[in-house]
Design a protein around this ligand. Structure first.
Ligand SMILES: [Zn+2]
Length: 81
């Protein structure tokens, strides 16, 4: 899966993103726990763009510890992609 920011500025593969989260040790924004490498999606008009389907999706990683849905956008802002 290839994704692009809502502003159509940057492109990243989903795997690159997950690897990056792991490498940079990005934590849950709510409780600071380590995040699992599982990304969830649902259609969302303000979400990121999946270049393969050309649809907008909201992507997030669920924290194993507190259950918080860490949105891609929030995590991406942490790494300034
Ligand atoms: Zn958490």
């Amino acid at each position: 899966m290839l994704i692009m920011s809502a502003e159509r500025k940057k492109i990243i593969t989903l795997q690159d993103f997950v690897d990056f989260i792991t490498e940079k040790n990005i934590k849950c924004v709510m409780c600071n726990a380590k995040l699992p490498k599982v990304v969830h999606f649902y259609p969302h008009k303000d979400g990121l763009i999946d270049l393969e389907s050309n649809k907008r999706v909201w992507a997030y990683i669920v924290c194993d510890k507190c259950g918080y849905q860490n949105s891609f956008v929030k995590l991406l802002n942490k790494i300034r992609w």
